[in-house]
Design a protein around this ligand. Structure first.
Ligand code: ATP
Ligand code: MG
Length: 425
């Protein structure tokens, strides 16, 4: 049993807190990753942080690492088996089915989400037990343009942040027509290799996952493995070619990666991953694909769908790796420093008025002396300090000090809000 950490303030293993000033970058990244989706008609969806275990065991797949090793499960006092959500797609589809969104007559149902996900993994740089994703799902339509749309939206999101060193890996996983024959051919090939027991079991349950084995000794033996590319049926081939043509026409460069399978069982046809070369072994910043069979796997009607999830934590690391500094506006534009009790009351009133006028404003709380208060003003990142003492109040003015140039001027009390609102535009 793990006891409470020695350092009582330590966050649980594999987790970290987001605190200012870095937390501002995370918010901006979430915002930027979601912005292209909002412009493309995706509506916001929020689902619970936990679900019934079966949703993931049926949807994501028993044989996947996510379900077999990485899921946090718990039994409630009432005996219900729940799991902290390890991913978003199964939950979003479940919610869409529960709410009958697919029956509202407007397919595809386009949804985006933002939230926390939990996986019991071996923590390392870029791999955490609690992490954050922005995701998108387009439910209920089979159209290569939809697959292309999602890939383009992710690229636009990364580009809007200033990321350059990411690549797109693209593959088709076939469908229920062509995958079974391929699966059998792959199993024949894999059974002849020298592999450990666990991997041998995997050959029987989910042979495609073996292609994704990261171990070099395994990868070596996989040379010459049959490729799905050579087994795709005409419909899948044609579909995939349409996606490729649409991406090319949109000026999107991608790499065909016949080995790309991804760690979730529900993918069919289009599958893709966004990788960043500055991240070492945790290089995937996002991934997704088509999941035409998932709805039926969790007990719903046939609803061909496609989606992706982008990792917020790794996107922030990718920005750092490329040395990209986001231009974040200072939260505080004005910092008010009262000199004396009477001024405290007057300036506090001004602070509220400035905020209501849309000017980010903070106040020297706690009765600090002038020197300390000015230090806080400088640290706050504010452009202007607002100072007032008894003499100023008697004259009906406050002093507005430009903290960059050091210039200071008197401004009439009733003109301060207008003056400072104008300064910022
Ligand atoms: P990996 O191959 O790195 O384990 P994955 O295929 O398991 O990634 P997905 O389930 O496709 O990842 O999740 C989408 C994105 O979420 C990933 O590309 C990654 O950016 C992020 N992500 C996944 N797991 C973690 C984690 N444990 N910590 C931080 N980010 C993660
Ligand atoms: Mg993983």
């Amino acid at each position: 049993m793990t006891i409470y950490p020695v350092n009582a303030f330590a966050a649980p293993k594999g987790t970290y807190d987001l605190t200012p000033p870095d937390s501002a970058t995370f918010l901006a990244v979430r915002e930027a990753l979601a912005a292209p989706l909002r412009r493309a008609g995706y509506g916001y969806i929020e689902t619970p942080g936990f679900e019934h275990v079966e949703l993931f065991s049926r949807g994501v797949g028993e044989s996947t690492d996510i379900v077999s090793k990485e899921m946090y499960t718990l039994t409630t006092k009432g005996g219900t088996e729940l799991a902290l959500r390890p991913e978003g797609t199964a939950s979003v589809l479940r919610a869409a089915l529960e709410r009958n969104l697919h029956k509202a007559g407007n397919l595809p149902v386009k949804l985006w989400y933002s939230g926390s996900y939990y996986r019991y993994e071996r923590p390392q740089a870029g791999r955490y037990r609690h992490f954050s994703q922005i995701g998108a799902e387009a439910i209920g339509a089979e159209d290569p343009a939809l697959d292309a749309e999602l890939i383009i939206l992710a690229v636009d999101a990364y580009r809007s942040l200033g990321l350059r060193e990411f690549r797109i890996l693209l593959n088709s996983l076939g469908d229920k027509e062509c995958r079974p024959a391929y699966r059998a051919a792959l199993q024949d090939f894999l059974r002849a290799l020298d592999l450990d027991d666990e991997t041998r079991r995997r050959i029987e349950i989910n042979p495609l996952r073996v292609l994704d084995d990261k171990r070099e000794a395994v990868q070596k033996q996989l040379t010459g493995a049959p490729l799905l590319r050579d087994h795709l049926c005409e419909a899948c081939k044609e579909y995939h070619e349409r996606v490729r043509v649409l991406l090319t026409a949109a000026g999107i460069e991608f790499e065909d990666d016949e080995r790309l399978v991804r760690g979730l069982d529900y993918y069919t046809r289009t599958t893709f991953e966004f990788v960043h070369d500055g991240l070492g072994s945790q290089s995937a910043v996002g991934g997704g694909g088509r999941y035409d069979g998932l709805s039926e796997m969790i007990g719903g009607p046939a609803l061909p769908s496609v989606g992706w999830a982008l990792g917020v934590d790794r996107t922030v690391l990718a920005l750092r790796a490329e040395g990209v500094e986001l231009a974040l506006p200072a939260a505080t534009e004005v910092y008010a420093v009262p000199l004396g009790e009477e001024a405290r009351g007057v300036l506090f009133g001004l602070v509220t008025a400035l905020r209501r006028a849309g000017v980010g404003t903070d106040f020297a709380f706690g009765g600090k002396g002038l020197k300390n208060a000015m230090k806080s003003a400088n640290r706050s990142g504010a452009r202007f300090a607002l100072l007032a003492g008894e003499r100023d109040l008697a004259d009906g003015v406050v002093q507005v000090k430009d903290l960059e140039s050091g210039e200071q001027k008197s401004v009439a009390l009733d003109a301060v809000v207008d003056e400072l609102s104008a300064q910022r535009s």
